[in-house]
Design a binder for this molecule. Structure first.
Ligand SMILES: [Zn+2]
Length: 298
């Protein structure tokens, strides 16, 4: 099963360095990664100091001087989220959101950051670009894509989430479960019976968990988007009108970075964003401003 996940990673990343890795070199590699992380912590801390804007001097629109986010009741909030990075497509999504001047959130996977040759660099780039984008936790192992086993061992699964938080240096206690939609906010734990034990553990540890209202589906073989940008934009309108969202007037869209690695498909993402931007009531926000979250910092 582990090999199956490694094969999956090779396909997704097409990283020639990783494809040459054998079992033995993997053991040596893991040791080196441990030493490397210690060094990286020093370097990234220095970089964070260098890049981080003082929070008080760069408040997000809607953030009062007190730091409390206020919502405009005439607006509808869209949280565009990208899962599973860093992987092929992450930088494209990041650049595109910057070019279109829309906010977005990246739920990233610790293991992917370690295995992709420029993974750490990409994670640092996302973290440093706040408040335009928010870095959030999407587990360390992505359950090795063995979801039943992952959720049946909730203590280990929680440890996996904590490992990602530390390894990716996620600034906020915001996570998304791998392969499972759950919500954990102040006074709320909503999850399937399978994921509920993990959701409760994360709740006790102070985490917020963000699910999604609408998914941009992708072909499981090619990872290419299923709905056209026009169809998906109509689905957004309809979800708001029918109040078919977890919270009225707030809509979380799930997409995956790898869906947009081809130019034709990143054009679809750009088109989708441009259609939504034409709507006078729509506002793009990052998930740290989703309503009802618990304290965001440990
Ligand atoms: Zn995922």
């Amino acid at each position: 099963m582990q090999n199956r996940y490694n094969n999956y990673l090779r396909r997704q990343m097409k990283d020639p360095v990783f494809t040459r890795v054998t079992k033995n070199t993997l053991i040596v590699g893991v040791s080196l990664v441990v030493v490397g992380i210690a060094g990286l912590l020093y370097v990234t801390n220095s970089q964070a100091r260098f890049h981080a804007a003082p929070p008080a001097s760069a408040p997000s629109p809607g953030t009062a001087a007190s730091g409390v986010f206020t919502y405009d009741s005439t607006k509808k909030y869209i949280y565009l989220t990208f899962d599973d990075g860093p992987q092929l497509g992450t930088v494209t999504c990041f650049n595109l959101c910057r070019a279109e001047a829309v906010k977005a959130s990246f739920f990233m996977v610790g293991l992917h950051a370690n295995l992709k040759s420029d993974g750490r660099e990409i994670v640092n780039m996302i973290r440093s670009a706040y408040p335009r984008v928010t870095l959030a936790n999407h587990s360390f192992s992505h359950a090795n894509n063995q979801y039943l086993k992952f959720y049946h061992h909730s203590e280990q699964a929680a440890a996996d989430m904590f490992q990602a938080q530390q390894s990716l240096q996620v600034p906020y206690l915001i996570a998304r479960l791998p392969g499972n939609r759950a919500w954990v906010r102040q006074g709320e734990v909503k999850a399937t019976s399978l994921a509920r034990p993990l959701a409760r553990l994360l709740d006790s540890a102070g985490y917020n968990v963000i699910g999604w209202d609408l998914e941009w589906d992708f072909n499981r073989k090619s990872a290419r988007p299923v709905q056209s940008s026009v169809t998906l934009a109509r689905e957004v309108d309809s979800a708001f009108i029918k109040k078919n969202t977890h919270i009225p007037n707030h809509l979380v869209i799930l997409t995956h970075d790898r869906m947009f690695r081809r130019p034709g498909d990143s054009d679809s993402l750009a088109k989708f964003i441009r259609i939504l931007k034409q709507h006078p009531d729509y506002v793009f926000e990052t998930v740290d401003h989703y309503p009802g979250l618990k304290k965001l910092r440990p």
